[in-house]
Ligand binder design. Structure first.
Ligand code: NAD
Length: 253
């Protein structure tokens, strides 16, 4: 704690003075919920072949893709719960400070934590869509015991409603994220390498429009040395809890 006391205080003061706080989250915020990031030694792609999330491969090999997708996103991650990082962001919304979350994650944990304004840049694994007739499903409506799952209306192939390699960003989420970045006066970057385009440009837009950047990541990212104003080197759950406790204990909100 002593290591960061000054930075935590500075972050808490910035947040308290802010009019429009936005959080941009990457895979790192969900690591403490047991969901590994894609990259790095412990990342998913050290165990699985990313081609299962390539759109062309998926359409040519739906059963093979679905077998791996089910194992990763529904068997392995299916029961993950929000951690203290997600819950801290929910608390910041509850006390009227956090205006929205822009997330690259597809794990639905910000929703489970209680945040209500969430721009899902890459979609959500808890939703599915028919690749033929575009009917939407929630995961609980789909039987994954027979793969690949098919649409109950037209028998088309179902696909998780998150973006695969080769797909474009959902336009409504993109535009809402750009607007939030432009409006932000304080902007969190939490657990993101900054390597995934075009999501990685959203914090850059926030900075260009005058936002102060607070970054939380155990490892420096592409943002740390060029964009970030306050760098808190550590785990999202630990650091966000300290910031929220500081705000609640030391300041009247
Ligand atoms: P990334 O996989 O490229 O990097 C993860 C980052 O999190 C790294 O910088 C790492 O240092 C940091 N990190 C690790 N543990 C952390 C912790 N406890 N607290 C804070 N930070 C921590 O992630 P990315 O930049 O978000 O991009 C990967 C893409 O993969 C995203 O587009 C996302 O859609 C997808 N993805 C999502 C999930 C998920 O939904 N949980 C999981 C894996 C990948």
């Amino acid at each position: 704690m002593a290591k960061f006391e000054k930075e935590i205080n500075s972050a808490a003061e910035l947040i308290l003075a802010s009019k429009y706080l936005v959080a941009f989250t990457g895979a790192g915020i969900s690591v403490e919920s047991g969901i590994p990031p894609f990259r790095g030694a412990e990342g998913l792609w050290s165990k699985y072949n990313p081609e299962v999330l390539d759109l062309h491969y998926f359409h040519r090999n739906p059963k093979d893709s679905w077998r791996v997708i089910k194992e990763i996103f529904y068997d392995f991650f299916g029961n993950a719960q929000p951690n203290s990082g997600h819950l801290s962001l929910s608390k910041l919304e509850e006390i009227g400070k956090l205006k929205c979350v822009i997330t690259q994650n597809i794990d639905n944990l910000h929703q489970l934590a209680g945040n209500t304004v969430i721009h899902e840049f890459h979609g959500n694994s808890q939703k599915m869509i028919c690749t033929n007739c575009s009917k939407h499903f929630t995961v609980t409506e789909v039987d994954l015991s027979v793969l690949p799952p098919l649409c109950d209306e037209c028998h088309g192939l179902l696909k998780p409603d998150f973006i695969f390699f080769g797909e474009s960003i959902p336009m409504d989420a993109y535009h809402a994220s750009v607007r939030a970045a432009e409006n932000a006066d304080v902007f969190f970057i939490i657990g993101s390498t900054g390597e995934v385009m075009p999501a990685s440009q959203i914090p850059v837009m926030a900075k260009q429009h005058g936002a102060k950047i607070i970054e939380i990541n155990p490892e420096p990212s592409k943002y740390t040395h060029g964009l970030t104003d306050i760098y808190l080197q550590g785990k999202a759950g630990d650091i966000l809890t300290q910031i929220v406790n500081n705000i609640i204990l030391n300041h009247q909100t």
